[in-house]
Write a new protein. Structure first.
Length: 287
């Protein structure tokens, strides 16, 4: 098993014990919220905003060691498989196939235990960029789960991924171009996977799915927060986060459409860019 920091192991163990005990007395975590996306798409900002509401309770961290117990932390993984950016579907399938016995129950009890600690009247939520290919597994554990998908245009996501993660995988050496290509494919695959699951599982029809763009959140935060409040059933004026501080960081990427080194990446992302309405921003590349 990968080496998980002692603090996280102790915290998870305490929540697990409380959750398991609570379950024996009929306690159940209802309608938990899972924030999903490609990563580097604004989920951290979204968590900060949601956590400012007294009716919501954020699980600390992304809990990736729970969703991928044999692959996270990645550098100490017990399975020899490339990082999630290379092939997110395979990464997720292999991870779930190698879950320890009753891992789903463990996740359920840890989250339920934390919910008991922070108050049953509050809505539990957590975010992870590493469960976008695990929506069916999440629903197996929490059938009434809700999903909130925040998405962002592909080029700034790739730029942010590259800045944060390039060179950090000591077991896998990628050239700069290779890693950017992997990130482009990863972004596109996540967008298509979430779109597929949203439709085939009728998540919107069932009131279990809300999505919006990072750009939309930055441009019209009040409107997006009103939609979020309605989706979750909380007071729309309960968010104490200073929305005047919200501003898009996409400008840092520059104009990818006029950069010949990025045209291949845009082509790889074109299906997802089209679905989410970003393709018009880069039409000069494909004309």
């Amino acid at each position: 098993m990968p080496k998980v920091p002692l603090r996280e192991r102790v915290f998870d163990a305490a929540c697990f014990l409380i959750g398991k005990t609570g379950r024996a007395f009929g306690n159940k975590l209802s309608r938990p919220l899972f924030i999903i996306g490609t990563g580097r798409c604004g989920t951290t900002l979204l968590v900060e905003i949601l956590d400012s509401h007294p009716g919501l309770s954020a699980f600390p961290g992304e809990a990736n060691e729970l969703w991928h117990p044999k692959l996270e932390p990645f550098e100490s993984a017990s399975l020899d498989i490339p990082p999630i950016e290379v092939d997110p579907e395979r990464f997720s399938d292999v991870s779930v196939a190698n879950w320890p016995p009753k891992q789903g129950e463990r996740i359920r009890d840890i989250f339920a235990g934390y919910h008991l600690i922070t108050g049953r009247s509050r809505i539990f939520f957590t975010k992870s960029a590493m469960i976008s290919f695990m929506i069916p597994e999440v629903l197996n554990i929490f059938p009434d789960a809700k999903f909130m998908h925040i998405y962002r245009s592909g080029p700034p996501v790739i730029a942010s991924y590259f800045k944060k993660n390039f060179g950090k995988y000591s077991r896998y050496v990628f050239t700069e171009k290779e890693y950017r290509v992997y990130c482009a494919r990863y972004w596109n695959a996540c967008i298509l996977e979430i779109e597929k699951r949203k439709r085939e599982l009728l998540l919107e029809t069932k009131g279990q799915f809300l999505e919006f763009s990072y750009e939309g959140l930055c441009q019209n935060p009040r409107d997006v927060l009103d939609d979020i409040a309605e989706f979750l059933g909380v007071a729309s004026d309960g968010f104490s986060y200073n929305i005047s501080q919200i501003s898009s960081q996409n400008y840092r990427v520059g104009d990818c459409a006029i950069n010949p080194e990025r045209t291949e990446l845009l082509d790889l992302m074109s299906p997802g860019l089209k679905i989410k309405g970003y393709l018009r921003d880069y039409l000069s590349v494909f004309s």
